[in-house]
Write a protein that binds this ligand. Structure first.
Ligand code: ZN
Length: 414
């Protein structure tokens, strides 16, 4: 797809706001140095963000003998963003201020089998209502709601095309949500939400090429290439969880055999445990979260079965991640989502060794493999970031119209 000058302007606007959120307060000169944009471009973009009240002027700093430099900072109370993480077993919702601090949280538990679109939508609506009430803010301040939903999503139409774990086909999710939620809605899938969270706030910030491996019930890889999110032609890039790692291997929800997900997703890890030790006390047959937590505890206590299960899982994961390293030559591979968070550094250490056995030495030497350091739910944070990007984009379209009407605005000189 051809990048238009408007796309570039939008990307530059994200970049400047991302930098201000990360380093408030800051000056236009520092922003130009950090982003590589010209001072004039930065000044124009800062002017737009000031007009939107997303940032504010916060005084001056002395610059060695020269004119004092104006400082800007993110206007945390200038608006609110909501991130929704719909997973197979829960709906988690967080409400953020514009500095992306969490102001309120709500959780809805989904019982096994509770997977009809109407049931899921009711949980989302309840949790969104709850965070707005808890935060005590006016609805008008909510700039948007980003929704992360598993499976293949058409962002433009808001249709959940295929969610294998629920057997959803072409569910008009955005329309269903709009019946209950009055704010602007932005739909995408967790691979992309988690990747964008790392790009804005995590280990991928300032890195050109990064892969964010999402390890939950489902598995996939968010691809950040050339400093931006890589979506592919139909928004389904990164379905690495459904690449084959064992020919004629375990049956997957997607209908194929031997997918990566069937060995390293939470149900796959449970099966790794069951095959090794069918009667293990670590196994909670109906509860993925309890089993993964029990394994994490077992590893801390040096339980031999737990250690073996984590090592076996890391062998599959390592071979699969080595493919990603060889294909994309990334600067960093980030392990994210709840399974990675629960199993933590012991898993990452095993994965590093396993990747090193399978990847080519040259790309391997250039790659760092780390655990996500994002302290909150990364899918919620990423979904909220989609809402922030959506708000910035719609503003960009409005200001482009305004600029064609009157070209009176000039960039402040400094
Ligand atoms: Zn599959």
């Amino acid at each position: 797809m051809k990048r238009t000058s408007r796309d570039i302007r939008t990307a530059n606007r994200y970049e400047v706001l991302r930098q201000i959120i990360a380093e408030s307060p800051t000056s236009r000169q520092e922003l130009a140095a950090a982003t590589g944009l010209s001072l004039a471009t930065v000044a124009t973009l800062v002017g737009e963000l000031l007009d939107l009240r997303m940032i504010t002027e916060v005084g001056f700093e002395d610059s060695a003998g020269g004119r004092p430099r104006g400082l800007v900072a993110v206007n945390a109370s200038g608006g609110a963003l909501i991130g929704v993480d719909i997973a197979e077993t829960y709906v988690h919702v967080e409400l953020f201020d514009l500095a992306l601090n969490v102001l309120a949280r709500a959780d809805e538990h989904m019982r096994p089998g509770e997977s009809l679109p109407e049931q899921v939508v009711a949980h989302v609506a309840a949790a969104v209502g709850s965070v707005v009430a808890q935060a005590g803010i006016e609805g008008a301040r909510v700039l948007g709601v980003g929704v992360s939903v598993p499976g293949q999503v058409d962002r433009a139409t808001g249709i959940s095309e295929y969610a294998p774990n629920w057997d959803w086909h072409d569910v008009p999710l955005l329309d269903l949500l709009t019946e209950h939620i009055a704010y602007p809605l932005y739909l995408d899938n967790p691979l992309r939400a988690v990747a964008v969270a790392e790009l804005w706030f995590g280990a991928a910030r300032g890195r050109g090429d990064a892969v964010v491996v999402n390890l939950g019930t489902g598995v996939g890889a968010g691809l950040l290439l050339g400093g931006g999110l890589h979506r592919g032609v139909s928004n389904s890039a990164g379905e690495w969880g459904h690449t084959t790692i064992v020919l004629d291997g375990r049956l997957c929800h997607c209908g194929n055999h031997g997918c990566v997900e069937t060995y390293v997703g939470a149900p796959g890890i449970m099966l790794n445990l069951r095959e090794l030790s069918p009667d293990s006390a670590l196994l909670h047959p109906e509860d993925q979260t309890a089993t993964v937590d029990a394994l994490a505890r077992g590893v801390r206590e040096r339980d031999p079965v737990a250690l073996k299960v984590v090592r076996d899982t890391a062998r599959y994961l390592g071979a699969g991640i080595a493919d990603l390293v060889n294909l994309f030559n990334p600067e960093v591979v980030v392990l994210s989502s709840w399974v990675a968070a629960a199993l933590g550094e012991p898993l990452v250490a095993e994965v590093r060794e396993a990747v090193a056995r399978h990847a080519l030495p040259r790309p391997m030497a250039a790659t760092e493999i780390v655990l996500s350091a994002i302290p909150t739910d990364p899918a919620c944070l990423g979904a909220a970031t989609f809402a922030l990007e959506g708000a910035l984009q719609s503003v960009g379209q409005r200001s482009a119209k305004r600029a064609t009407r009157s070209r009176s605005r000039t960039a402040p000189s400094s």
